[in-house]
Design a protein around this ligand. Structure first.
Ligand SMILES: Nc1ncnc2c1ncn2[C@@H]1O[C@H](COP(=O)(O)OP(=O)(O)OP(=O)(O)O)[C@@H](O)[C@H]1O
Length: 429
Protein backbone atom coordinates (compact mmCIF):
# COMPACT_ATOMS: atom_id res chain seq x y z
CA UNK A 1 0.00 0.00 0.00
CA UNK A 2 1.26 3.51 -0.78
CA UNK A 3 0.12 7.06 -1.39
CA UNK A 4 1.36 9.26 -4.24
CA UNK A 5 0.23 12.35 -6.16
CA UNK A 6 -2.81 10.46 -7.44
CA UNK A 7 -4.01 9.02 -4.13
CA UNK A 8 -3.84 5.80 -2.17
CA UNK A 9 -3.10 2.47 -3.92
CA UNK A 10 -2.74 -1.21 -3.23
CA UNK A 11 -1.53 -3.97 -5.52
CA UNK A 12 -0.69 -7.67 -5.41
CA UNK A 13 2.85 -8.60 -6.40
CA UNK A 14 3.16 -11.78 -8.40
CA UNK A 15 6.57 -12.82 -9.74
CA UNK A 16 8.69 -9.82 -10.71
CA UNK A 17 7.29 -6.33 -10.83
CA UNK A 18 8.95 -3.12 -11.88
CA UNK A 19 8.22 -0.03 -9.85
CA UNK A 20 8.86 3.53 -10.98
CA UNK A 21 7.31 6.66 -12.41
CA UNK A 22 7.47 5.39 -16.03
CA UNK A 23 4.05 4.51 -17.39
CA UNK A 24 5.34 1.08 -18.40
CA UNK A 25 6.39 0.10 -14.88
CA UNK A 26 4.22 -2.65 -13.41
CA UNK A 27 3.64 -0.44 -10.39
CA UNK A 28 3.46 3.20 -11.38
CA UNK A 29 4.20 5.72 -8.64
CA UNK A 30 3.67 9.31 -9.66
CA UNK A 31 5.97 11.32 -7.49
CA UNK A 32 8.86 13.62 -8.38
CA UNK A 33 11.28 11.77 -6.09
CA UNK A 34 10.71 8.38 -7.73
CA UNK A 35 12.90 7.50 -10.75
CA UNK A 36 11.37 6.23 -14.00
CA UNK A 37 12.61 2.70 -13.36
CA UNK A 38 13.28 2.91 -9.66
CA UNK A 39 13.33 -0.65 -8.32
CA UNK A 40 12.13 -4.17 -8.93
CA UNK A 41 10.08 -6.31 -6.56
CA UNK A 42 10.24 -10.07 -6.72
CA UNK A 43 7.96 -12.46 -4.87
CA UNK A 44 10.15 -15.46 -4.06
CA UNK A 45 9.45 -18.55 -2.01
CA UNK A 46 11.26 -16.99 0.96
CA UNK A 47 9.45 -13.66 0.80
CA UNK A 48 9.33 -10.37 -1.08
CA UNK A 49 12.63 -8.95 -2.34
CA UNK A 50 13.36 -5.48 -3.61
CA UNK A 51 16.29 -4.42 -5.81
CA UNK A 52 17.26 -0.83 -6.54
CA UNK A 53 17.88 -0.08 -10.23
CA UNK A 54 20.36 2.74 -9.74
CA UNK A 55 17.60 5.19 -8.76
CA UNK A 56 18.29 8.84 -8.11
CA UNK A 57 16.97 8.97 -4.54
CA UNK A 58 17.58 5.40 -3.43
CA UNK A 59 15.59 2.48 -2.07
CA UNK A 60 15.23 1.98 1.70
CA UNK A 61 13.99 -1.04 3.64
CA UNK A 62 13.07 -0.35 7.26
CA UNK A 63 15.03 2.90 7.07
CA UNK A 64 18.25 1.43 5.63
CA UNK A 65 19.38 2.18 2.10
CA UNK A 66 19.73 -1.06 0.13
CA UNK A 67 20.78 -2.22 -3.31
CA UNK A 68 18.82 -5.42 -2.77
CA UNK A 69 17.08 -6.84 0.30
CA UNK A 70 14.25 -9.00 1.57
CA UNK A 71 11.33 -7.02 2.89
CA UNK A 72 9.83 -8.52 6.06
CA UNK A 73 6.08 -8.94 6.53
CA UNK A 74 4.53 -5.57 7.47
CA UNK A 75 7.88 -4.04 6.44
CA UNK A 76 8.27 -0.56 4.98
CA UNK A 77 9.99 0.20 1.70
CA UNK A 78 10.80 3.80 0.84
CA UNK A 79 11.41 4.83 -2.78
CA UNK A 80 12.52 8.45 -2.83
CA UNK A 81 9.98 10.09 -0.56
CA UNK A 82 7.21 7.52 -1.08
CA UNK A 83 6.68 4.81 1.49
CA UNK A 84 5.14 1.44 0.66
CA UNK A 85 3.86 -0.94 3.32
CA UNK A 86 4.16 -4.64 2.50
CA UNK A 87 1.57 -7.10 3.72
CA UNK A 88 2.31 -10.78 3.05
CA UNK A 89 -1.16 -11.89 3.95
CA UNK A 90 -3.00 -9.64 1.54
CA UNK A 91 -3.43 -12.41 -1.02
CA UNK A 92 -2.77 -16.16 -0.77
CA UNK A 93 0.22 -17.15 -2.92
CA UNK A 94 -0.88 -18.70 -6.19
CA UNK A 95 0.35 -22.20 -6.90
CA UNK A 96 3.16 -22.07 -9.47
CA UNK A 97 2.74 -24.66 -12.25
CA UNK A 98 5.48 -27.29 -12.35
CA UNK A 99 6.46 -29.37 -15.40
CA UNK A 100 6.07 -33.11 -14.78
CA UNK A 101 9.10 -34.29 -16.68
CA UNK A 102 12.76 -33.62 -16.00
CA UNK A 103 13.32 -32.36 -19.54
CA UNK A 104 12.02 -29.80 -22.00
CA UNK A 105 13.39 -29.92 -25.53
CA UNK A 106 17.12 -30.49 -25.12
CA UNK A 107 17.11 -29.04 -21.61
CA UNK A 108 17.30 -31.38 -18.65
CA UNK A 109 16.60 -30.49 -15.03
CA UNK A 110 14.83 -32.09 -12.12
CA UNK A 111 14.96 -29.20 -9.63
CA UNK A 112 11.76 -27.37 -8.80
CA UNK A 113 13.27 -24.18 -10.24
CA UNK A 114 13.90 -25.84 -13.62
CA UNK A 115 10.55 -27.60 -13.73
CA UNK A 116 8.85 -24.26 -13.03
CA UNK A 117 10.91 -22.81 -15.86
CA UNK A 118 9.87 -25.65 -18.20
CA UNK A 119 6.20 -25.01 -17.39
CA UNK A 120 6.72 -21.31 -18.14
CA UNK A 121 8.45 -22.19 -21.44
CA UNK A 122 5.55 -24.42 -22.46
CA UNK A 123 3.20 -21.52 -21.74
CA UNK A 124 5.09 -18.80 -23.60
CA UNK A 125 6.42 -20.78 -26.59
CA UNK A 126 3.20 -20.68 -28.65
CA UNK A 127 2.78 -16.93 -28.08
CA UNK A 128 4.44 -14.87 -30.76
CA UNK A 129 5.70 -12.03 -28.56
CA UNK A 130 9.42 -11.33 -28.04
CA UNK A 131 11.13 -13.16 -25.16
CA UNK A 132 14.00 -11.87 -23.03
CA UNK A 133 16.04 -14.58 -21.31
CA UNK A 134 18.20 -13.44 -18.42
CA UNK A 135 20.69 -15.56 -16.53
CA UNK A 136 24.34 -15.90 -15.68
CA UNK A 137 26.79 -17.07 -18.29
CA UNK A 138 26.55 -20.77 -19.11
CA UNK A 139 23.13 -21.33 -17.51
CA UNK A 140 21.65 -22.58 -20.79
CA UNK A 141 20.08 -19.43 -22.24
CA UNK A 142 20.75 -20.41 -25.83
CA UNK A 143 19.28 -23.86 -25.25
CA UNK A 144 16.23 -22.21 -23.69
CA UNK A 145 15.83 -20.03 -26.79
CA UNK A 146 16.11 -23.07 -29.04
CA UNK A 147 13.56 -24.96 -26.91
CA UNK A 148 11.10 -22.06 -27.19
CA UNK A 149 11.52 -22.01 -30.96
CA UNK A 150 11.08 -25.79 -31.22
CA UNK A 151 7.90 -25.66 -29.14
CA UNK A 152 6.46 -22.73 -31.10
CA UNK A 153 4.44 -22.60 -34.29
CA UNK A 154 7.68 -21.48 -35.98
CA UNK A 155 9.39 -24.84 -35.39
CA UNK A 156 10.64 -26.19 -38.71
CA UNK A 157 11.47 -22.66 -39.86
CA UNK A 158 14.97 -21.21 -39.34
CA UNK A 159 16.42 -20.41 -35.91
CA UNK A 160 19.15 -17.86 -36.58
CA UNK A 161 21.63 -16.87 -33.86
CA UNK A 162 23.35 -13.47 -33.80
CA UNK A 163 25.95 -12.86 -31.13
CA UNK A 164 25.78 -9.14 -30.45
CA UNK A 165 29.07 -9.25 -28.52
CA UNK A 166 31.14 -10.87 -31.22
CA UNK A 167 31.13 -8.30 -33.98
CA UNK A 168 32.12 -4.66 -34.33
CA UNK A 169 29.23 -2.29 -34.95
CA UNK A 170 29.23 -2.03 -38.76
CA UNK A 171 29.56 -5.79 -39.24
CA UNK A 172 26.85 -6.45 -36.68
CA UNK A 173 24.53 -4.12 -38.57
CA UNK A 174 25.17 -6.05 -41.80
CA UNK A 175 24.89 -9.39 -40.02
CA UNK A 176 21.49 -8.48 -38.60
CA UNK A 177 19.92 -6.49 -41.39
CA UNK A 178 21.95 -7.43 -44.46
CA UNK A 179 23.64 -5.09 -46.92
CA UNK A 180 23.63 -3.97 -50.53
CA UNK A 181 26.56 -4.60 -52.83
CA UNK A 182 29.24 -1.99 -52.13
CA UNK A 183 27.54 -0.80 -48.92
CA UNK A 184 30.98 -0.79 -47.28
CA UNK A 185 34.46 -1.80 -48.34
CA UNK A 186 34.52 -5.58 -48.53
CA UNK A 187 30.81 -5.85 -49.37
CA UNK A 188 31.47 -7.31 -52.79
CA UNK A 189 28.04 -8.89 -53.10
CA UNK A 190 24.64 -8.07 -51.63
CA UNK A 191 23.70 -10.21 -48.62
CA UNK A 192 20.56 -10.90 -46.65
CA UNK A 193 20.88 -10.39 -42.89
CA UNK A 194 19.75 -12.67 -40.06
CA UNK A 195 16.29 -11.10 -39.94
CA UNK A 196 15.65 -11.97 -43.59
CA UNK A 197 17.29 -15.38 -43.34
CA UNK A 198 15.06 -16.29 -40.41
CA UNK A 199 11.91 -15.50 -42.37
CA UNK A 200 8.99 -17.33 -40.75
CA UNK A 201 11.24 -18.41 -37.88
CA UNK A 202 13.14 -16.96 -34.93
CA UNK A 203 16.10 -14.62 -34.53
CA UNK A 204 18.05 -15.23 -31.34
CA UNK A 205 19.96 -12.14 -30.22
CA UNK A 206 22.62 -13.42 -27.88
CA UNK A 207 24.22 -10.90 -25.49
CA UNK A 208 21.68 -8.20 -26.35
CA UNK A 209 23.18 -6.00 -23.60
CA UNK A 210 26.18 -5.48 -25.91
CA UNK A 211 24.08 -4.09 -28.78
CA UNK A 212 25.62 -0.67 -29.46
CA UNK A 213 23.29 2.15 -28.44
CA UNK A 214 23.52 3.60 -31.96
CA UNK A 215 21.99 0.40 -33.40
CA UNK A 216 19.16 0.21 -30.94
CA UNK A 217 16.71 2.53 -32.79
CA UNK A 218 17.15 0.44 -35.93
CA UNK A 219 16.27 -2.78 -34.11
CA UNK A 220 13.32 -1.04 -32.48
CA UNK A 221 12.05 0.00 -35.91
CA UNK A 222 12.29 -3.58 -37.17
CA UNK A 223 10.30 -4.79 -34.15
CA UNK A 224 7.67 -2.12 -34.58
CA UNK A 225 7.26 -2.10 -38.35
CA UNK A 226 8.03 -5.78 -39.01
CA UNK A 227 10.10 -4.69 -41.95
CA UNK A 228 13.85 -4.55 -42.50
CA UNK A 229 16.08 -2.37 -44.63
CA UNK A 230 19.48 -3.64 -45.77
CA UNK A 231 22.48 -1.41 -45.16
CA UNK A 232 22.91 0.80 -48.24
CA UNK A 233 19.40 0.13 -49.59
CA UNK A 234 16.19 2.12 -49.40
CA UNK A 235 13.61 -0.64 -49.91
CA UNK A 236 11.86 -2.10 -46.90
CA UNK A 237 11.39 -5.86 -46.87
CA UNK A 238 8.82 -7.78 -44.84
CA UNK A 239 10.27 -9.44 -41.75
CA UNK A 240 8.13 -12.20 -40.30
CA UNK A 241 10.29 -13.21 -37.34
CA UNK A 242 10.00 -13.68 -33.63
CA UNK A 243 12.79 -12.18 -31.56
CA UNK A 244 14.27 -13.96 -28.57
CA UNK A 245 17.09 -12.13 -26.80
CA UNK A 246 19.37 -13.10 -23.97
CA UNK A 247 21.76 -11.39 -21.64
CA UNK A 248 23.83 -12.13 -18.56
CA UNK A 249 23.80 -8.42 -17.71
CA UNK A 250 21.30 -6.55 -15.60
CA UNK A 251 19.47 -4.88 -18.47
CA UNK A 252 17.06 -2.93 -16.27
CA UNK A 253 19.92 -1.25 -14.45
CA UNK A 254 21.48 -0.48 -17.84
CA UNK A 255 18.18 1.10 -18.90
CA UNK A 256 18.06 3.10 -15.71
CA UNK A 257 21.62 4.31 -16.35
CA UNK A 258 20.77 5.32 -19.94
CA UNK A 259 22.99 2.59 -21.44
CA UNK A 260 20.10 0.72 -23.04
CA UNK A 261 16.96 2.22 -24.55
CA UNK A 262 13.90 1.93 -22.37
CA UNK A 263 11.47 1.56 -25.31
CA UNK A 264 13.56 -1.22 -26.84
CA UNK A 265 13.83 -2.97 -23.48
CA UNK A 266 10.06 -3.09 -23.09
CA UNK A 267 9.63 -4.33 -26.65
CA UNK A 268 12.18 -7.12 -26.22
CA UNK A 269 11.08 -8.09 -22.72
CA UNK A 270 7.40 -8.64 -23.48
CA UNK A 271 7.88 -12.15 -22.05
CA UNK A 272 10.73 -12.12 -19.52
CA UNK A 273 12.32 -15.40 -18.42
CA UNK A 274 15.11 -16.04 -15.89
CA UNK A 275 17.33 -19.10 -15.93
CA UNK A 276 18.57 -19.94 -12.42
CA UNK A 277 22.27 -20.34 -11.63
CA UNK A 278 23.47 -23.92 -11.16
CA UNK A 279 24.46 -23.27 -7.52
CA UNK A 280 20.79 -22.53 -6.79
CA UNK A 281 19.68 -25.89 -8.19
CA UNK A 282 22.32 -28.37 -7.17
CA UNK A 283 19.77 -31.20 -7.45
CA UNK A 284 20.36 -30.94 -11.22
CA UNK A 285 24.08 -31.72 -11.05
CA UNK A 286 23.78 -35.52 -11.05
CA UNK A 287 21.25 -35.55 -13.85
CA UNK A 288 23.38 -33.18 -15.93
CA UNK A 289 26.57 -35.19 -15.39
CA UNK A 290 24.81 -38.37 -16.51
CA UNK A 291 23.25 -36.50 -19.42
CA UNK A 292 26.66 -35.28 -20.63
CA UNK A 293 28.16 -38.75 -20.19
CA UNK A 294 25.33 -40.20 -22.24
CA UNK A 295 25.88 -37.57 -24.93
CA UNK A 296 29.53 -38.51 -25.14
CA UNK A 297 28.48 -42.16 -25.37
CA UNK A 298 30.44 -43.11 -22.23
CA UNK A 299 29.03 -46.03 -20.35
CA UNK A 300 28.33 -45.78 -16.63
CA UNK A 301 27.24 -42.99 -14.36
CA UNK A 302 28.86 -40.52 -12.00
CA UNK A 303 30.78 -41.98 -9.07
CA UNK A 304 29.01 -41.12 -5.73
CA UNK A 305 32.19 -39.84 -4.10
CA UNK A 306 32.93 -37.59 -7.06
CA UNK A 307 29.33 -36.37 -7.09
CA UNK A 308 29.63 -35.28 -3.47
CA UNK A 309 32.69 -33.29 -4.44
CA UNK A 310 30.88 -31.73 -7.39
CA UNK A 311 27.89 -30.75 -5.27
CA UNK A 312 30.10 -28.55 -3.12
CA UNK A 313 31.66 -26.55 -5.95
CA UNK A 314 30.52 -23.00 -6.77
CA UNK A 315 30.02 -23.53 -10.53
CA UNK A 316 30.46 -19.89 -11.40
CA UNK A 317 30.52 -20.93 -15.07
CA UNK A 318 27.27 -22.83 -14.48
CA UNK A 319 26.20 -25.71 -16.73
CA UNK A 320 28.84 -24.97 -19.35
CA UNK A 321 31.56 -25.35 -16.73
CA UNK A 322 30.01 -28.63 -15.59
CA UNK A 323 29.87 -29.91 -19.17
CA UNK A 324 33.51 -28.92 -19.71
CA UNK A 325 34.35 -30.68 -16.46
CA UNK A 326 32.74 -33.91 -17.65
CA UNK A 327 34.57 -33.72 -20.96
CA UNK A 328 37.91 -33.16 -19.24
CA UNK A 329 37.24 -35.85 -16.69
CA UNK A 330 36.62 -38.36 -19.47
CA UNK A 331 39.78 -37.43 -21.23
CA UNK A 332 42.16 -36.51 -18.43
CA UNK A 333 40.76 -38.29 -15.40
CA UNK A 334 38.60 -36.86 -12.64
CA UNK A 335 41.51 -35.74 -10.43
CA UNK A 336 43.06 -33.65 -13.16
CA UNK A 337 39.67 -32.23 -14.11
CA UNK A 338 38.93 -31.35 -10.48
CA UNK A 339 42.28 -29.63 -10.16
CA UNK A 340 41.49 -27.56 -13.23
CA UNK A 341 38.09 -26.46 -12.01
CA UNK A 342 39.30 -25.17 -8.64
CA UNK A 343 37.12 -22.20 -7.74
CA UNK A 344 40.05 -19.79 -7.75
CA UNK A 345 41.21 -20.98 -11.18
CA UNK A 346 44.68 -19.88 -10.10
CA UNK A 347 46.30 -23.19 -10.73
CA UNK A 348 48.09 -23.01 -14.07
CA UNK A 349 47.05 -26.00 -16.14
CA UNK A 350 50.41 -26.13 -17.93
CA UNK A 351 52.16 -26.95 -14.64
CA UNK A 352 49.44 -29.48 -14.06
CA UNK A 353 50.25 -30.98 -17.43
CA UNK A 354 53.91 -31.27 -16.46
CA UNK A 355 53.00 -32.73 -13.08
CA UNK A 356 51.07 -35.59 -14.56
CA UNK A 357 53.22 -36.25 -17.61
CA UNK A 358 52.94 -39.78 -19.05
CA UNK A 359 55.24 -41.27 -16.38
CA UNK A 360 52.35 -41.11 -13.94
CA UNK A 361 50.01 -41.72 -16.81
CA UNK A 362 47.62 -44.23 -15.36
CA UNK A 363 45.36 -41.83 -13.46
CA UNK A 364 42.07 -43.67 -13.40
CA UNK A 365 38.93 -41.76 -14.19
CA UNK A 366 36.59 -41.69 -11.23
CA UNK A 367 33.83 -40.25 -13.33
CA UNK A 368 32.81 -43.46 -14.98
CA UNK A 369 32.24 -46.51 -12.81
CA UNK A 370 33.71 -48.60 -15.61
CA UNK A 371 37.11 -47.31 -14.38
CA UNK A 372 38.18 -45.79 -17.65
CA UNK A 373 41.87 -44.97 -17.88
CA UNK A 374 43.10 -41.66 -19.15
CA UNK A 375 45.30 -43.21 -21.78
CA UNK A 376 42.92 -45.97 -22.60
CA UNK A 377 40.87 -43.98 -25.05
CA UNK A 378 40.78 -42.97 -28.67
CA UNK A 379 43.84 -40.97 -29.67
CA UNK A 380 41.64 -38.20 -31.01
CA UNK A 381 39.73 -37.69 -27.74
CA UNK A 382 42.94 -37.72 -25.77
CA UNK A 383 44.62 -35.22 -28.09
CA UNK A 384 41.61 -32.87 -28.18
CA UNK A 385 41.44 -32.77 -24.40
CA UNK A 386 45.10 -31.91 -24.00
CA UNK A 387 44.99 -29.34 -26.77
CA UNK A 388 42.00 -27.80 -25.05
CA UNK A 389 43.97 -27.68 -21.84
CA UNK A 390 46.92 -25.98 -23.50
CA UNK A 391 44.70 -23.51 -25.37
CA UNK A 392 43.01 -22.47 -22.15
CA UNK A 393 46.33 -21.89 -20.45
CA UNK A 394 47.60 -19.91 -23.45
CA UNK A 395 44.61 -17.56 -23.45
CA UNK A 396 44.73 -17.14 -19.68
CA UNK A 397 48.37 -16.09 -19.79
CA UNK A 398 47.90 -13.94 -22.87
CA UNK A 399 45.10 -11.99 -21.19
CA UNK A 400 47.01 -11.65 -17.94
CA UNK A 401 50.02 -10.28 -19.85
CA UNK A 402 47.82 -7.66 -21.50
CA UNK A 403 45.77 -6.84 -18.40
CA UNK A 404 42.69 -8.28 -20.09
CA UNK A 405 42.87 -5.74 -22.89
CA UNK A 406 41.44 -7.94 -25.63
CA UNK A 407 42.55 -5.73 -28.52
CA UNK A 408 46.16 -5.67 -27.31
CA UNK A 409 46.08 -9.42 -26.69
CA UNK A 410 44.68 -10.03 -30.18
CA UNK A 411 47.45 -7.97 -31.75
CA UNK A 412 50.15 -9.81 -29.81
CA UNK A 413 48.73 -13.25 -30.64
CA UNK A 414 48.02 -12.25 -34.24
CA UNK A 415 44.45 -13.50 -34.09
CA UNK A 416 41.20 -11.60 -34.42
CA UNK A 417 39.65 -9.93 -31.39
CA UNK A 418 36.36 -11.78 -31.89
CA UNK A 419 38.23 -15.08 -31.81
CA UNK A 420 39.65 -14.15 -28.42
CA UNK A 421 36.13 -13.44 -27.17
CA UNK A 422 35.10 -16.87 -28.44
CA UNK A 423 38.00 -18.49 -26.57
CA UNK A 424 37.19 -16.56 -23.39
CA UNK A 425 33.65 -17.87 -23.49
CA UNK A 426 34.63 -21.37 -24.47
CA UNK A 427 37.02 -21.69 -21.55
CA UNK A 428 35.07 -19.57 -19.07
CA UNK A 429 38.11 -17.42 -18.43
N1 LIG B 1 19.51 -27.63 -18.66
C1 LIG B 1 20.42 -28.07 -19.52
N2 LIG B 1 20.37 -29.32 -20.00
C2 LIG B 1 21.29 -29.79 -20.86
N3 LIG B 1 22.34 -29.08 -21.28
C3 LIG B 1 22.45 -27.82 -20.85
C4 LIG B 1 21.50 -27.25 -19.96
N4 LIG B 1 21.86 -25.99 -19.69
C5 LIG B 1 22.98 -25.77 -20.40
N5 LIG B 1 23.36 -26.85 -21.10
C6 LIG B 1 24.55 -26.98 -21.93
O1 LIG B 1 25.54 -26.13 -21.35
C7 LIG B 1 26.25 -25.40 -22.34
C8 LIG B 1 26.05 -23.91 -22.14
O2 LIG B 1 24.70 -23.57 -22.44
P1 LIG B 1 24.31 -22.26 -23.28
O3 LIG B 1 25.33 -21.98 -24.33
O4 LIG B 1 22.90 -22.41 -23.69
O5 LIG B 1 24.45 -21.18 -22.12
P2 LIG B 1 24.26 -19.60 -22.19
O6 LIG B 1 23.56 -19.22 -20.95
O7 LIG B 1 23.62 -19.23 -23.49
O8 LIG B 1 25.75 -19.10 -22.14
P3 LIG B 1 26.34 -17.62 -22.48
O9 LIG B 1 25.79 -16.67 -21.46
O10 LIG B 1 27.80 -17.79 -22.33
O11 LIG B 1 25.91 -17.29 -23.88
C9 LIG B 1 25.73 -25.90 -23.66
O12 LIG B 1 26.56 -26.94 -24.10
C10 LIG B 1 24.35 -26.43 -23.34
O13 LIG B 1 24.01 -27.45 -24.23
Amino acid sequence: MWTDDTGEHTTVIDGRQLVGSAARSGIVIQDGTVSRLHAEFEARRDGLWVRDLGSRNGTYVEGLQVSGARVPDHGKVRLGAVELVVDYEAEPRKAVPVWREARFGRLVGTSLAMRELFAALARISPLDAPVLIQGETGTGKELVAQAIHDASTRAGKPFVVVDCAALPENLLDAELFGHAQGAFSGATTARAGAVELADGGTVFLDEIGELPISMQPKLLRVLESKTVRRLGETTQRQADVRFISSTHRDLLTMVSAGEFREDLYFRLAALPISVPALRDRREDIELLVNHFLEQSKSPGSADPELLRELLGRPWRGNVRELRNFVERARALGADQALAMSEPTRQRPPVDAVAASEPTSGTTPSKLVTADEKVFDQKYRDFRDAWLDLGEREYVQRLLARHERNVSAAARAAEIHRTYIYRLIRKHEI
